[in-house]
Design a protein around this ligand. Structure first.
Ligand code: 4NP
Length: 151
């Protein structure tokens, strides 16, 4: 089983879309375990934000039953690939890694589509609705490339 974790700040906007919404739909369930987490503790136990649920619905995906959780130290050991949305997620995730091997699992997700550019997935939480469609499209492209490289 290959284990992949998507990480953002709150685990209610970007990473639930990336995880349940997008990557899971592109990889076989019997070979891949895919999960998401937030570096912050603000939304533990919360369902994704309404606008993330709506944009997922629009693309035929149901994320409404997901529950937010916080990234924990053990995640760096358990997961094989850890994709983070932005530099701040990267710093917070790396800070909990025990060694270089665990650190090397953590990657900015957009480096899969734009190698070495260190582009970030913008946080749509404080912006307008268009931001959610934009995030969906960017994540969809990145997840297609990740799925093709792993499958
Ligand atoms: P996310 O977006 O990291 O994509 O889940 C956010 C959600 C909530 C907050 C920040 C970012 N917040 O500060 O509550």
């Amino acid at each position: 089983m290959v284990k992949i974790l998507m990480v953002c700040l709150g685990n209610i906007c970007r990473s639930p879309l990336a995880d349940e919404g997008i990557l899971k739909s592109k990889l076989p369930k019997n070979k891949f375990l895919i999960d998401s987490a937030g570096t912050a503790n603000y939304h533990i136990g919360s369902t994704p934000g309404t606008r993330s649920i709506m944009v997922a619905n629009k693309h035929g995906i149901n994320i409404s039953t997901l529950k937010g959780r916080q990234f924990i130290k053990d995640d760096s050991k358990v997961f094989d690939f850890i994709y983070v949305m932005d530099q701040s997620n990267y710093n917070n995730t790396i800070a909990l890694a025990k060694n270089d091997s665990e650190k090397s699992k953590v990657k900015l997700i957009l480096n899969e589509t734009h190698p070495s550019k260190n582009f970030e997935i913008p946080d749509p939480h404080y912006g307008g609705d268009h931001g959610f469609e934009n995030v969906y499209q960017i994540l969809n492209e990145a997840c297609s490339i990740i799925a093709a490289s792993l499958n």
